[in-house]
Every structure is written in C-alpha cells, then in structure tokens.
Write a protein that binds this ligand. Structure first.
Ligand code: MRU
Length: 367
C-alpha cells in the first residue's frame, strides 16, 4: 500500500526509512523507483513486502537494505507474539532466511540479519512478546548506529576535499542508500556544510540510473552544485582537469580491500588512476566482510536483462539480443587511495590496517 508523502514539503530532506508505532507498527520507506518524479512512501507490513521492496530496489544501497531487513524481521514477529516459543522461533528464523535471499552482494543485509538472529537466540526462554520487543529494540539500534556512522564518515572524509574542487561519484551512496546522510555523499555534504565550494559530478549509472535519479536529486535538495554526466563521459571530464577526487560507496569490502560497488565503479577507478586522481571508498564497518580474503569471493548479483533492453518501459535494444547484466563489479584494492570509515581515513597496506575495524565502535566515544 502506498500513499503520497503529502506532509513532506518539497524542500525537506528525504526520510529514507522509519519504523512507525510500537511492536505492531510498520516500516515506512521512500519508494526509490518512483524518484525523482514522485516522492511516495511505501508502508511495509509483511516480510514478503520488505523482500519485494529490496529485490525491486524500492529501497536500495547497502546500509539501507540492512536496516530495512532488520525491521522486516520485526514484522515477522507480529503474527506470533502470543505464540509458544517454538512457533515464534521457527517463524522468525524462517523470515530471516527468507529476507537473506533478496539480494546477494551487499553484506550489510547479512550483517543486520545475523545481528537479529543473535538477539532472537540470545533471548531464548523468554515470553514471545518480550523477544519481539528485544528484536524491535535491536532494529532501532542498527538504524541509529547507521545514522551515527554516516555522520562520522562525513566528518572524517570532508578533510580530504579542497575548497573549489571537482568531485565525482558513481551510483547513489547518499541518504537514500542509508538510514540518513549517506557514505560517499556524506563526505560531500559535510564538506559543503563546512563552507567548501564543491562541484559534484554525478555519473548517471546505467542501467537503472541511480546517479541521475537519486544522487542528482539529493545533491540538489542539499544545495550542492551538481552536474550530471553519462557514464561514458567520465574519462573526458577527468582529462579536462575538472575532477580532483572520486568518492564512491561500497556493497562489500573483502579483507584485502577489494571492493564491490555498483557496476561501472571499477572503470571509474581505472580512469582515476590513469589521470592521477585519488579514488576513495566511503563505507561503514558493516560493509566490510573479513570472512572473504579477496574480492574474487564476493557474490555478484546478476539482474533481469530487461533492465538493459527496456528499462523504464521503453525498448532500446532489438528483441532477442543477448544481455549481460551484472549489478556490481569489484575494484582491486591497489586502485583505492583510502577508505573513509566511521573510525577515520584508513590507508594501506589494507591487510594490516583494515582489521582494526573489527573492534567495537561507539558513536558516543567518537563524539
Ligand atoms: O543496486 P543498488 O542501487 O543497491 O547499488 C547501490 C550501490 O552500489 C551503492 O554505491 C552502495 O550500496 C553503497 S550505499 C551507501
């Protein structure tokens, strides 16, 4: 069920997702497939609705997927709050497993779901309603931590950008891709708030145009100077000397620093290297997967060929043509100048420096 976000003024900043109500509440998402034309909320009340919202990219971006899935687990508890513990447990475990099948690449999804599973199991023996309350509390913590991590990423990364520099990004790693504020775009937003005059170049990001539809929209709303580029224009714009830094987000980062992000990111990193431009990856610790030694083990999502041949309802390729449509690629660690995280800027050698991210982090301690 969806309804226009009537109460929201056009100039207000978007609220990507929020839980409304108590244990019997629901998850409200901006339906990102409708942007930039319409700002419409989607009221998710069931696990299949959340699964579909993630699969269809109504909510997308690694951290936002993780937070949404956590709230999806809470929705699963609603029909069984009065049920006996085994029924409650079985229902919630099944929901966690189901949500984990929605998309394979962003590790934040699995990270958030395993946190929820840990809370479910950690409260074994308690009444079902009490366990449901613990799950809702955990989902809220995951959301709040994400908000805090994004702000910290912005603060940490802003120092890397000089006043009056041109910065390029790919896909959308903004407030829409997180609970709030973003990762790569957080760096631009924080620099802008510090008074730095940036010129942001947004790759349109074929085939689903997250850069054109979402990044351009977010930057405009926050008052940044943003210019939209077709993906194929980045090389020329770099050669013209218009770009002083590239900042992108990430869906999964292996222990050695190899980074999966939206398809096309690897090409941008190669171009940046050729032109001597620093290429930064901004991501919270929830996007790092220390179980994977290198990017070769990162599962890459392959999506419906129709996204390429008839995206947005208009056929742009002949019937029957073969299509290859991986949604992500992997940028080798050696092309990455630094990671911008909630703990600060991390430079190589990554196999030695990244493991520090496995220690607990507190937003309060960070200030
Ligand atoms: O397919 P999407 O739109 O979910 O892909 C999103 C990206 O690739 C983002 O850059 C990434 O998730 C980082 S979001 C802070």
């Amino acid at each position: 069920m969806s309804a226009p976000a009537a109460a929201r003024s056009e100039s207000a900043l978007p609220v990507t997702l929020r839980w409304t109500g108590g244990l019997d509440g629901s998850l409200i998402l901006i339906d990102q497939t409708r942007l930039p034309g319409e700002l419409v909320d989607l009221d998710c009340r069931t696990v299949p609705q959340v699964w579909e919202a993630i699969k269809s990219l109504r909510v997308r971006g690694a951290p936002a997927i993780g937070v949404s899935a956590a709230y999806g687990v809470v929705l699963a508890t609603q029909a069984v709050v009065e049920a006996a513990p085994p029924v409650f447990e079985e229902t919630v475990e099944r929901a966690i497993d189901e949500l984990a099948t929605s998309r394979p690449t962003a590790v934040n999804l699995f990270w958030a779901l395993e946190r929820m599973r840990g809370v479910l199991r950690g409260h074994a023996g308690e009444p079902s309603r009490q366990r449901a309350a613990a799950l809702l509390a955990e989902a809220k913590v995951i959301e709040l931590e994400d908000r805090a991590m994004c702000r910290a990423i912005g603060r940490a990364g802003a120092v890397l950008l000089a006043d009056q520099s041109g910065v390029l990004t790919h896909c959308n790693a903004g407030g829409l891709a997180t609970a709030d504020y973003g990762t790569a775009l957080a760096v631009f937003f924080a620099a802008h708030e510090q008074g730095k005059r940036l010129r942001v170049f947004a790759d349109e990001t074929r085939p689903l145009l997250q850069g054109a539809r979402l990044t351009a929209w977010e930057c405009q709303r926050r008052g940044l100077d943003v210019t939209l580029l077709c993906d194929s224009m980045a090389a020329q714009v770099m050669r013209e000397g218009r770009i002083q830094a590239v900042v992108v987000g990430a869906d999964r980062i292996a222990a050695n620093g190899d980074t999966a992000n939206k398809i096309g990111t690897y090409g941008v990193a190669v171009l940046a290297k050729h032109h001597g431009i620093p290429f930064y990856v901004a991501a919270p610790s929830s996007t790092f997967d220390f179980d994977l030694a290198s990017g070769a083990a990162i599962p890459i999502e392959h999506r419906d060929p129709r996204e390429v041949t008839e995206g947005f309802g208009r056929r742009t390729a002949p019937e029957g043509v073969a299509v290859y449509n991986p949604a992500f690629d992997v940028t080798p660690a050696e092309l990455i100048a630094a990671f911008i995280t909630e703990r600060g800027v991390i430079r190589g050698p990554y196999s030695e420096t990244l493991p520090a991210l496995q220690a607990p982090w507190s937003a309060l301690a960070d200030g």
